[in-house]
Design a protein around this ligand. Structure first.
Ligand SMILES: *Cc1c(COP(=O)(O)O)cnc(C)c1O
Length: 518
């Protein structure tokens, strides 16, 4: 039963004698595209034909009915509910993606974000009518600065990657202000970095120079010194890094970078491992984005709203983009006008993602300083619990030593089994788990990066570890053959990912069968 290279409908993978008439598997529907079952002549609403009116669209008026699928209201509702049930989510089960921090979003956050004073304000309404929202943004800023030990914060970036762009634009503005734009054109990036780091530097015209990590997965100050020169504008360093390790030489690296006249950009995506334990400002960081959706809960993924505020050191504070908050009288004002400032520009329309600010702030207040610190400690403890539970069966690329909030395994334990990290990850889907991050960081062969977060109970971790062990033991006993074609129970098995990427079919056409139906 090898499904490689083609897609299958639900049910097709079931035993031949257990095929269902509908193609559904119990409550799991085989849902067609809305265009496949919608009818032009059906509508879910019942409106009277319009009375007398004057058409004012002239030549732009539509001549025929739009070719949209018509459905009854229950059909429309069922379609989307069924699609939503195909989603895996943190509310459905453990989501062990490393470098992604899929943590539980407390429902209290949602309740607060829906308060009309936050949810129903309009970005263009007068500031005097949204003082509570501005005060919340000011208090959130205060705690972000307090927790990071930095001087200024730009709240507007919409995601981590957007925050990177913001921080690097502030660095560029500072270099331009120093009259060194022509000279400083290089950004150093360790080779374990998240792809967004070199992409950000390149996007704004910097040349990227890679810094190799040592055999233990850590960046050496010596290697940074060797790469530094009068042409270097900044280093972009993730700490804890994407191998789940704390960069021990970070202070020496910051000193070397500053001595060379460059800036230290920290990728703060892993800040959730160190909140309350150490402050980036004390480590010499000049700019760092905070993925509110990774560190301070808030929903994550699905392309929904995120928020990536950037904290800046005193050396960069003046260049923060507009709008920013300024104390005025007994409240705060959102400064929109760039004219009287050194702001490099603006990152987005309006003030940013209000709902995310509310959720992050609710998370901070409900945890308190001690709770935030404990969340970091528990995240690290949980990752190490998984490491300790699996280390006899799985291999660790940098030796058997404690990790931070995520544990990294490589594929050397699969040597001579004929199976790959991908096969293993696919087998995990059959067990009802979303797989861990695989093949990242790129510096580790066949990487499996697991981040349980602090949200998981010991019982949940135990079941996950027992599942991982059971799969590994099946492989060690020579029973891994079915893994080649796993998952066997998922609605879709192995997709031809190469073909999907090279020949994407993005538009449904009536005559040609859709990709899913091929
Ligand atoms: C998640 C992540 C990013 C990008 O953040 P987004 O919010 O997804 O844009 C950057 N760097 C690292 C290390 C990350 O884990």
């Amino acid at each position: 039963m090898n499904n490689q290279g083609r897609t299958t409908r639900i049910g097709e993978q079931a035993d031949a004698q257990h095929k269902t008439f509908t193609g559904a598997r119990a409550l799991e529907a085989n849902e067609p595209l809305i265009f496949e079952f919608g009818r032009n002549d059906v509508t879910g609403v019942d409106i009277d034909a319009p009375g007398a009116f004057t058409a004012r669209l002239g030549a732009l008026a539509r001549e025929g009915a739009p070719d949209l699928p018509g459905l009854t209201e229950p059909e429309a509702v069922r379609h989307y509910v069924r699609l939503s049930r195909m989603n895996y989510s943190i509310d459905a089960g453990l989501f062990p993606l490393g470098s992604c921090t899929m943590k539980h979003n407390p429902r209290l956050n949602e309740k607060m974000a829906r308060l009309p004073g936050f949810a129903d304000i309009h970005p263009l309404q007068p500031q005097s009518t949204a003082r509570g929202a501005l005060a919340l943004m000011d208090q959130l800023s205060h705690w972000l600065l307090e927790l990071t030990g930095m001087d200024a914060v730009a709240l507007t970036p919409k995601a981590g990657a957007h925050g990177e762009l913001c921080g690097m634009m502030a660095i560029k503005a500072a270099i331009v202000a120093r009259g060194e734009a022509e000279q400083r054109r290089v950004v150093l990036v360790p080779d374990s970095a998240h792809g967004t780091n070199p992409a950000t530097a390149a996007l704004i015209g910097f040349e990227v120079r890679a810094v190799p990590a040592g055999a233990d997965g850590l960046v050496r100050a010596e290697a940074v010194r060797a790469a530094l020169g009068p042409d270097v504008a900044a280093i972009m360093l993730t700490n804890p890094n994407t191998c789940g390790l704390f960069e021990r030489e970070v202070v020496a690296i910051a000193e070397a970078v500053h001595e060379a006249g460059a800036y230290f950009y920290a990728d703060g995506a892993n800040f959730n491992a160190i909140v309350g334990k150490t402050r980036p400002g004390d480590l010499g960081v000049d700019a760092m984005h905070i993925n509110l959706h990774k560190t301070f809960s808030t929903p994550h993924g699905g392309g929904g709203p995120g928020a990536g505020p950037v904290v800046l050191s005193g050396r960069l504070a003046a260049f923060a983009p507009v709008p920013f908050l300024r104390k005025e009288g007994d409240g705060v004002a959102l400064v929109e006008d760039r004219a009287a400032t050194q702001a490099f520009g603006r990152m987005s329309a309006f003030h940013g993602q209000m709902g995310m600010y509310v959720r992050a702030f609710a998370y901070m207040l409900s945890h308190g300083a001690d709770g935030l610190k404990q969340a970091s400690e528990d995240a690290v403890l949980n990752a190490n619990y998984i490491r300790a539970s699996l280390r006899d069966l799985f291999s660790q690329p940098f030796g058997d030593k404690p990790c931070m909030h995520e544990v990294l395994f490589d594929e050397s334990w699969l040597k001579d089994t004929g199976l790959s990290t991908l096969d293993f990850a696919k087998a995990l889907i059959d067990e009802g788990y979303h797989p861990m991050t695989v093949y990242f960081p790129l510096v580790v062969k066949g990487a499996m990066l697991i981040e349980p977060t602090e949200s998981e109970s010991k019982a949940s971790l135990d079941l996950f570890c027992m599942t991982m062990r059971d799969l590994a033991l099946r492989i060690k006993r020579g029973q891994g053959e079915p893994f080649h074609s796993a998952p066997h129970f998922a609605p879709r098995a192995r997709l031809d990912e190469t073909r999907a990427a090279r020949q994407p079919v993005l538009k449904w056409t009536a005559r040609k069968p859709s990709v899913a139906a091929q």
